[in-house]
Ligand binder design. Sequence first.
Ligand SMILES: NC(=O)c1ccc[n+]([C@@H]2O[C@H](COP(=O)([O-])OP(=O)(O)OC[C@H]3O[C@@H](n4cnc5c(N)ncnc54)[C@H](O)[C@@H]3O)[C@@H](O)[C@H]2O)c1
Length: 334
Amino acid sequence: MHKNVLITGGCGFIGSAFLRKFVPKYKNTNFINLDLLTYAGNKKNVEKIKKFNNYRFIHGDIRDKKKLKKIFKNIDSVIHFAAESHVDRSIDNSDEFIKTNILGTHCLLEESKRNNVAKFIAISTDEVYGSLSESDKASTENDKLQPRSPYSASKASSDLLCLSYHETFGMHVCITRCSNNYGPYQYPEKLIPVLIKKILNNEKVPIYGDGKNIRDWIHVDDHVEAIEKIWQNGSAGEIYNIGGDSPKRNLEIAKKVLYLLEKDEKNIQFVKDRPGHDWRYEVNDKKIKTNLGWKPKIDFLQGIEDTVKWYIENQDWWKPLLKEAGGRRGLKNE
Ligand SMILES: NC(=O)c1ccc[n+]([C@@H]2O[C@H](COP(=O)([O-])OP(=O)(O)OC[C@H]3O[C@@H](n4cnc5c(N)ncnc54)[C@H](O)[C@@H]3O)[C@@H](O)[C@H]2O)c1
């Protein structure tokens, strides 16, 4: 059914996990990976699939309308991962977040409309629902959008644009809103790889505030399986929450990673909280579980152990990234 699928941001953490899993599985589908290779994009993430005949990489920007015109000629579905994705960077400077996450999505929607693309899947985040208190119920797809950072506001804007193209032009759009991902190939500016990196370098591990903020963690391989289900069977105009059934406080995560690396909890250093730091995210994902038969398979304790092992064994993947980035903001922690 899907002959040519455009993957945007396929050299990033989640897009590359999708490609590594599904390029070999869907041999009759051509996967075109359009990626700008920003600091977060890395061709090494797709090394394993580059020899497949049904895979092609295009270096480019989702806002490059001329390029999109050429690429879109035969595209029948789009899975849109490309984004600026790090909250701390959006607090420092949100320009690129607005340009990529809002204007970029708009360029893709326009070209999809012009070419009657059969399915447009936009990969969004639970952060668009804003912060929950300890006692709030998990967010459902019908909850109000209350983003509180420039990152989540740009993603919420992107979601609304996508939904408007469904309502106004009848485009088959689906939106996914997933919780915090972890796993291999995550750029070392997000919590779990930062913890691992610091511990392996014998540095203190920085934790924002009192470390009690709660995130629901999902292994990236479970996330991409949910996206596959939506790509194959998702209904037009639907939003699907995706959770990991593993809510944890940041402090618990730090303690677990220290334990796995046989280091003392005394290495935790509490640092000044992030401005506007959301307290808790958790999604109610009954819809995807009931309607599409998906559920996360990877147990958190096993997943985190495997992830720590991967970072130990693949230091030649992440160490050069630190050198390239030098002292740039995103690597301070974070
Ligand atoms: N990481 C998470 O925990 C998480 C959770 C929920 C949702 N999401 C969403 O999933 C998507 C993927 O996240 P990720 O963690 O893989 O991000 P990432 O930062 O690892 O990767 C983003 C990719 O997009 C590419 N890109 C950026 N701007 C581009 C542009 N203008 N044109 C083309 N390519 C561009 C980058 O080069 C990179 O390869 C994002 O939309 C993010 O908002 C992430």
